[in-house]
Design a protein around this ligand. Structure first.
Ligand SMILES: Cc1ncc(COP(=O)(O)O)c(C=O)c1O
Length: 395
């Protein structure tokens, strides 16, 4: 480890709360799928910002939008109007379904918004059915909705009203509905939960069940959204529209912004005065959202994902034949999980030593969320490094 890295880590120990499991890497610059550390070393990042930099780090069009907006106004309070908020909302509606949008500053805050909206809509019904192994964020309501007890320990009492069922088990969801239920919350592909893909039939079944029992279907697409799986939103493949769509990460191209898209019938549930956030949907944030849409549309990133993804999965399947440490390969588009027969930590470290950044979730599942702008050559290079690392470890 270099001296400059050690210095920064030392200052963190003193001044920064130690809430994250950090790798010994100090990043100071990034562009596209490449990042540089403080020692000047370059890395290829197949997990840029936990999915935040879905269109690549520092996309020039996002930077131009930010520069342009700084010359006008950064923040306007939400008791006034500004023209970019409706434009960003319109883009989201055009990409999803007819309705209205509430902007937030983070994913967890967007999840919280749907919990409040569903409870208010429920008029006394307050239970929300959530999935095992789900992840919805770290604020207390989003954490209570999360289906992973390990994240909840020590924070009890949690918010009441969440009923957990096995993921992708429609009968279990049906059995969990009570007269108090108001909604079902699901990630179409569980990210933190280990890249577990909900079957289309499950999502379609949820839609029917919600219609029959008068429940809201909430899709948390914070990780899957904005093109990562090859459609704007992962639910679109199943054709089962949710009533509420939750977004963040790629949405702002690196700028912190989240959003809830609500079907038109829900437009008035959170009436004036019932919900708010000071920074949500700022002109700067909305300028970034508009730039992200422009990038995805004009650079044809959905098509890119759909062209490169089969290549990515074919290479991984071929590797599986040769690397007995691989137990399973899952995912869609540019959202990939490689389940190992052993802990993935040493593979992540071996990749980092070879200048490749990836992630491991649930102990054994290597996770790749490459930027949709990655070149084929970069993707191939990353896969070759991963291949070496996987062939080096014992199953
Ligand atoms: C599916 C999902 N929901 C919610 C969140 C929380 O988002 P944030 O960290 O922006 O609060 C995440 C973050 O990883 C996520 O992947």
């Amino acid at each position: 480890m270099g001296r400059a890295t050690e210095d920064v880590m030392h200052q963190y120990e003193r001044y920064v709360m130690n809430t994250y499991v950090r790798s010994p890497l100090v990043l100071t610059k990034a562009k596209g799928s490449r990042v540089w550390d403080v020692e000047g070393r370059e890395y290829l990042d197949l997990f840029p910002g936990w999915g935040v930099s879905g269109i690549g780090y520092n996309h020039p069009w996002v930077l131009t939008a930010i520069r342009g907006q700084t010359r006008r106004v950064l923040h306007v309070a939400n008791n006034y109007y500004h023209p970019l908020q409706w434009r960003a909302a319109k883009k989201l509606i055009e990409a999803s379904f007819d309705g209205t949008v509430f902007f937030t500053n983070s994913g967890a805050e967007a999840v919280e918004t749907t919990i409040k909206l569903a409870r208010r809509w429920g008029k006394g019904r307050y239970e929300i059915i959530v999935m095992d192994q789900s992840f919805h964020g770290r604020t207390i309501a989003a954490l209570s909705a999360t289906g992973q007890p390990k994240h909840q320990q020590g924070f009890e009492p949690l918010l009441a009203g969440f009923v957990r069922v096995p993921f992708s088990d429609l009968d279990a969801v049906r059995a969990a509905v009570t007269p108090r239920t108001c909604a079902v919350l699901v990630e179409p592909i569980q990210g933190e939960g280990g890249i577990r893909v909900a079957a289309d039939a499950f999502l379609q079944g949820l839609r029917r069940l919600c219609d029959e029992r008068h429940l809201l279907l909430i899709a948390d697409e914070i990780q899957t959204g904005m093109g990562r799986t090859g459609t704007w939103f992962a639910y679109q493949r199943s054709g089962a529209d949710p009533d509420l769509l939750v977004l963040a990460k790629t949405l702002g191209g690196g700028f912190p912004i989240g959003a809830v898209v609500a079907k038109r019938a829900l437009a008035d549930v959170l009436a004036p005065g019932t919900h708010a956030t000071t920074y949500g949907g700022s002109p700067l944030g909305c300028a970034c959202v508009l730039a992200v849409f422009e990038v995805i549309e004009k650079q044809k990133l959905l098509e890119r994902v759909n062209t490169l993804s089969p290549h990515l999965f074919q290479r991984l399947s071929a590797l599986r034949e040769r690397a007995p440490v691989i137990r399973d390969i899952r995912g869609r588009g540019f959202m990939v999980g490689i389940e190992l027969t052993r802990s993935g930590r040493s593979v992540v470290e071996a990749c980092r030593a070879k200048r490749l950044l990836i992630n491991c979730t649930q102990e054994t599942v290597l996770r790749l969320l490459p930027a949709m702008t990655i070149t084929k050559a970069q993707l191939d290079r990353g896969l070759s490094i991963l291949e070496q690392a996987l062939l080096e470890v014992q199953p």
